[in-house]
Write a protein of this length. Structure first.
Length: 368
């Protein structure tokens, strides 16, 4: 199989896989235990915490491990129910782990404002700023979109916010290893990460919390993660995430160059074979392409490509199997017919020009 769906998930890095096996074999003790093997397990978690902090310019004490980006997003939003200010501002293209949570929070008197984006998927900053109210308790804008790859001017937005002390959260799940991420440069208060998006294991993520004074626990139990997230820690997963983050940042420049090369090669060739192909949201993460093929249904294209051993998607994998127009593509102004003809193609660090050429030839045979 030729895999072009790295925005959905990435294959685990061989070094990460090897390290996780070692941890499971040799360091399985409960990190809360006071004997030596428990203390060793705890020290491995703390080293991984340091690795994540280093990768995003944070302090180790500001990193909390959890099960993934969805839980991290939920934890930030659910903390609103204990706050006085219960109004939240989000963009029209947030992941369902943000937008769907707000439906649940309505019963707790949490109100939300949805800010539109332009045709490139970039948020309307002036509308966002005008949406801030006296009772605004959170702004949550994703750093890079998972369907179209559009990048948001987070730092620019935060600099223009004239109401002090409004916490700012960003879902940065798609970003590590594909762009520089520094929590202090961005000026954010919270940030969500997920290991399996940067060649780490599934089922583990992290949340950056700048100041936890007003932050409440979402999963209550033991005192793990400094009381913020109860439950025995997934040692191997956490260690794997730490190593994956370190490797992603170390190889970031090389990876970005590779992804840009593959993207440029694909776009130049697909336009020759199918001139009507439409590239949506050009302000995007390297290697993530949203391409519409007018006159063709994306689900049929995906099925044909699948039979020929190519893996692509038609949007967020979290909505896989549901054949209806993408809310993200609707938000950037695509009509339903074009919306339903759109593929998401996301390259990875191990893809090759030869694989892209095979893909283009196969697509050309299908389209023509």
């Amino acid at each position: 199989m030729i895999y072009f769906d790295h925005s959905s998930t990435t294959p685990i890095h061989s070094e990460v896989s090897k390290r996780m096996y070692e941890i499971n074999q040799d360091h399985f003790a409960n990190p809360s235990s006071v004997y030596e093997s428990g203390r060793k397990a705890k020290s491995l978690i703390e080293h991984a915490r340091f690795q994540i902090a280093e990768a995003v310019g944070a302090k180790s004490s500001q990193i909390y491990f959890c099960s993934g980006g969805t839980e991290a997003n939920n934890q930030v939003l659910w903390s609103l129910i204990n706050q006085k200010n219960k109004h939240i501002i989000i963009s029209a293209i947030e992941h369902p782990a943000i937008s769907k949570v707000l439906e649940r929070l309505k019963v707790f008197d949490v109100e939300s404002t949805l800010v539109p984006v332009d045709k490139q998927g970039v948020i309307n900053t002036s509308i966002l700023l005008d949406s801030i109210r006296d009772d605004t308790g959170l702004i949550s804008i994703m750093l890079a979109n998972n369907e179209i790859g559009s990048l948001q001017p987070i730092r620019k937005i935060i600099k223009q916010i004239n109401k002090p002390n409004v916490p700012f959260h960003t879902d940065a799940v798609q970003s590590i290893g594909k762009m520089s991420v520094d929590v202090y440069e961005l000026g954010i208060d919270y940030m969500s990460l997920s290991a399996h998006k940067f060649y780490g294991p599934k089922g583990v993520g992290a949340l950056f919390v700048k100041n936890r004074d007003k932050f409440s626990s979402f999963i209550v139990g033991g005192n793990q993660e400094n009381g913020l997230r109860g439950g025995t820690e997934n040692i191997a997963g956490i260690v794997g995430m730490g190593l994956a983050a370190e490797l992603a940042v170390k190889n970031q420049e090389k990876c970005i160059a590779k992804l840009n090369l593959l993207e440029k090669h694909f776009l130049s060739n697909i336009r020759q074979s199918f001139p009507l192909a439409k590239h949506n949201a050009k302000n995007n993460l390297p290697g993530l392409l949203s391409i519409s093929f007018p006159g063709y249904k994306s689900d049929i294209l995906m099925a044909k490509l699948d039979r020929l051993n190519f893996a692509v998607s038609n949007g967020s994998a979290c909505n896989a199997g549901i054949i209806k127009p993408s809310k993200v593509l609707k938000a950037i102004g695509l009509e339903d017919e074009i919306n339903l003809s759109t593929l998401r193609i996301s390259f990875g660090k191990d893809n090759t020009i030869e694989e892209v050429d095979q893909f283009i030839k196969t697509l050309n045979d299908i389209l023509n």
